[in-house]
Design a protein around this ligand. Sequence first.
Ligand SMILES: [Zn+2]
Length: 205
Amino acid sequence: MNSIDSTPPIQSAAALSSFLKTAHGYDLNRDAPPVDVDRIAELLGICVSEEPRHDAEHAITVGKITLEKDQPARVWINPAENAYGPRRRFTLAHEIGHFCMHRSTNQTTFVDTKATMNRRESFWNRFESEANNFAAELLMPGALITSAGRGIIDQFKADNDAEMMPITVFVQQMASRFKVSNLAMEYRIKNMGIKGQQATDISTT
Ligand SMILES: [Zn+2]
């Protein structure tokens, strides 16, 4: 396994996408959505374990990453907290965010709980809010949101002979396509500037 020092610092999900293309010939958009987050962890040399742990220290841990010099990065995903597939994908993407952006800091371990992975509660914590934004952008790249979104809206209009698609139905179908939670998708499309009660168009002006 690669040590953490064999990958350069990567400051955004878009920069990770470029890095994977140039260093590994891997296009994360190619067969996506959904983005293959396990494959990405593997290409980065991150060791992922999901052994159940029953001690008190780990009881409220959702995920954790250890970044020791000259060692491979180690992620632990708590299976008890990540039984829901979209949650597990978001946890792993969040840890990949710490790996990419926070290796050069003095902090070698990031322990994540429901609080650090909650957007509102992590808002004032720079590393945690950065990892959450990174995860959202990695799992829901803007270009894929636009292309998949257009297809979903066109299909809905054709199937229902409708002029517009209700935003709640749009969010549900998009979340299912990207294998993320409805809440994560709702937040992401709001962040991209897609708003209003009805998704008639996906242009992000
Ligand atoms: Zn974190």
